[in-house]
Write a new protein. Structure first.
Length: 294
């Protein structure tokens, strides 16, 4: 038997051995066909599977506000400019800080001795600004208040001398300090004026009720002294002594009446006025904590 005959016989034997498997495949295909003919697979899937939740059904697709049509690098450069300062801006900020110098935190109660630049009187109206200067520099380890540093005050209350011997009044509130041309807010009050103690920030004119009371008695006293001299003269000239009691009595009556009326007279008298010349020493005290810079 030649080689070709052997191959032919082998193919026939192989086909005969595979026939049962082909038959099984035919049966399986027929069963599947019958199932599809009697039942609708799509309908079974819809009936058996649960419905999707309404929340998922109604959800809209996410939408981005980003513009993806622009190059990514360009967008990154734009965000960098808005969030981070440029090198030039950083240099400018550093120069600005250096021009201000160091800061100094001052506690409430800190005191300074300053001098007024112009005269201060009780005739200044409320709201008038008054200016002071620092006569000597104040130096600390990291901070210096230079000489002639300006302090700005405002007249918060004032009046001229009043009746009942009440003197004039000036109330000064320290509101600002000017260092190297830069104005900064502070809060302070006056505790001494011309080295004299000031209470409750009130610079008061001298009260003169009692001194005016004494002055109001002066006319009666003078009249009584005059009548007493006349009485002594009349008493020493012979017969004229009979008139001496009248002069004595008149002097005493007028003097007594003057004493009785003096309290009323003193009510209508005024106290002392306030006139503080320029370059007078003032002592001020901070009423609030403050941070200043030079």
């Amino acid at each position: 038997m030649n080689f070709l005959n052997r191959i032919f016989i082998s193919l026939i034997i192989f086909n005969m051995m595979c026939l049962p498997a082909f038959a099984v495949l035919d049966i399986d295909a027929s069963v599947d066909y019958e199932i599809r003919r009697k039942y609708n697979p799509n309908k079974i899937e819809n009936d058996l599977l649960p419905n999707l939740p309404d929340k998922l059904k109604n959800d809209k697709p996410l939408q981005s506000t980003e513009d993806f049509t622009k190059p990514y690098n360009k967008q990154t450069q734009t965000s960098t400019k808005t969030t981070q300062p440029t090198k030039q801006q950083v240099i400018t900020q550093q120069q600005t800080y250096k021009s201000y110098g160091q800061t100094l935190a001052l506690k409430r109660g800190t005191s300074f001795t300053i001098r007024n630049i112009s005269a201060i009187t009780d005739k200044l109206t409320t709201g008038t600004k008054v200016y002071f200067k620092l006569p000597k520099p104040i130096k600390t380890k990291y901070f210096t208040l230079p000489e002639n540093t300006r302090f700005v005050g405002v007249i918060s209350d004032s009046h001229t001398p009043q009746l009942t011997g009440n003197g004039g009044l000036v109330v000064i509130q320290i509101e600002k300090v000017i260092i190297n041309g830069k104005t900064q807010e502070v809060s302070g009050k006056v505790t001494k004026a011309n080295y004299k103690r000031i209470y409750f920030n009130n610079i008061k004119g001298k009260r003169k009720y009692w001194s005016n009371l004494a002055k109001s008695i002066t006319p009666g006293k003078k009249f009584n002294d005059k009548m007493w001299k006349t009485t002594k003269k009349l008493a020493g000239e012979g017969i004229t002594f009979i008139f001496s009691p009248f002069t004595l009595a008149s002097g005493l009556v007028v003097f007594g009446a003057n004493i009785m009326a003096s309290p009323v007279i003193a009510i209508f008298s005024k106290g002392g006025s306030i006139s503080i010349p320029a370059d007078t020493a003032f002592r001020i005290k901070l009423t609030e904590d403050v941070t200043i810079y030079n």
